[in-house]
Write a protein that binds this ligand. Sequence first.
Ligand SMILES: C[S@@+](CC[C@H](N)C(=O)[O-])C[C@H]1O[C@@H](n2cnc3c(N)ncnc32)[C@H](O)[C@@H]1O
Length: 396
Amino acid sequence: MPFLVPPESIDSESLILVLAFGAPSVLEAQCVFRERAKVLPQCDDIAVANLNVDRFSGYTELAGVHKVALPLPAVDSPDFTDAITFPDRNFNFSLSLYCTRGDPEVEYEELSEELLSTIRGTGLKKANLIRSRFGPEMYSERVLARSAIDFVAFPMGATYQWGVTVFIPVTEGFKERSTERPYITSGISLSSRLARLLVNIAGVSKGQVLLDPFCGSGTILGEALLKGVDCIGVDRNHGSVERTKKNLAWILSHEKRAGQHIPSYSVIAADATYLQKALGDKMVDAIVSEPILMPRLSSPPTLEKARRLIKHASGIYSDALYEMSAVLRRGGRMVLVTPSLRTIEGKDVALSFDDLSEVGLRPFQPPGYPSYEYPLKVAHQSTRWIRRAIYVLEKA
Ligand SMILES: C[S@@+](CC[C@H](N)C(=O)[O-])C[C@H]1O[C@@H](n2cnc3c(N)ncnc32)[C@H](O)[C@@H]1O
């Protein structure tokens, strides 16, 4: 596709990741890349992965990025245009500016003018700058639709780091599973894309077993199955169990590819507070779950109401925590989506876990990185006052 500059055409030791969900996207990249790259956040929307291996393609596994770009020299240096092979015929290019320091529109105008004159200055008269209609970012769908060479820029010290987009994840599959599977319960389900990010953070691979003890309609399990991970779903609602089974059967038949390992799954009607009994003596390698969604609120809650709602939610988590820990193998991760409320007074009220060590759990900290402070807020999601936040725990 014209917008893609072949990765091997630029000699690069790092990648720029444009984050779809903020801090959880950074953690996903750290968990997926492991020792193959060091992933460091630069600002809310950008992380840089410094690569330790050649010909790295691990970024194609990520669900939490909008784009992956290769770094370029400064736009005012002669090396900038040398680093790219421009097409001979008419072509579109765009600029996506992230983490602006000042007025985004002013910064965008200045940088796009600079980019335009740099490209035109090399004699490329056929270059056509397409402008973003929604602020300083050109959304990845539009980059694809316009076949544009997409330049990205973000502040770095006193100047800007530039890059060129080389990869945009294919999101059709996520959309299709979110909207076309037999049972869609949009009121209680998270998106397939976010579910895949959570499964990636859980660090499970083909042949291992993942449990969702509050499985709803099986969104998380579906994404794990597609990675070849065996799954167990539990829900106390018999209707949810039947819906999950039909959704998982649909996902597997829909995505069937010849010669691939077909993972197994079982879905059990049981209460998550009696998991050991429900699973027999079976242990699992990871748990990923969203046990509760907040009721729809048409306006931001007061501090008192937010505390009351979060206290109620906390009870559901803490009732099941001991049992979830008991069925998780040592070293296994538990990825829990929790609610976080922004009150009318502008305060954030999030769920917290006390005494994790009493149930044999500790916050998961990826080795070699500064410690995370949980919960991690999921950016660009939910309403302004109800947000998702993520805890990642590890069985000690
Ligand atoms: C927020 S929904 C999960 C939605 C799911 N992530 C999805 O995408 O479809 C929570 C589910 O937990 C189930 N549930 C609530 N309390 C439970 C309990 N104690 N044990 C098992 N399931 C429970 C509910 O029936 C509901 O289906």
